[in-house]
Write a new protein. Structure first.
Length: 105
């Protein structure tokens, strides 16, 4: 069931009206695990096609940064980052990043 996008229509891009009516949609995948696997395939396919079409590169972000690294954005000045010291390195303070704005640059 594909739809065509016509921006001149009020509900452009939505499924056809008969699907939106009460009882108009019947799921084709009943098993929850199969449904999750199908959603994962859709996400991976969308991401891959987007990367190819827009020339993007996926960059992984750190889960923690050192306080002195300067990577953690202090967005509004009032929030304080979650800070902790690793068990084996008590002299180092790590923070959970608020935003990846600096990391992406």
């Amino acid at each position: 069931m594909a739809t065509t996008f016509d921006s001149s229509q009020a509900l452009a891009g939505l499924p056809p009206p008969h699907v939106l009516e009460e009882g108009g949609y019947t799921p084709t995948i009943e098993d929850a695990l199969v449904k999750e696997e199908a959603l994962e395939v859709i996400k991976r396919t969308f991401e891959g096609n987007l990367k190819a079409n827009v020339n993007l590169v996926r960059v992984s972000n750190p889960m923690f940064v050192t306080k002195r690294s300067g990577f953690n954005d202090n967005l509004n000045g009032t929030e304080r980052p979650a800070t902790f010291a690793p068990r084996d390195f008590q002299d180092i303070k790590l923070e959970v990043p608020f935003s990846l704005a600096k990391w992406k640059r």
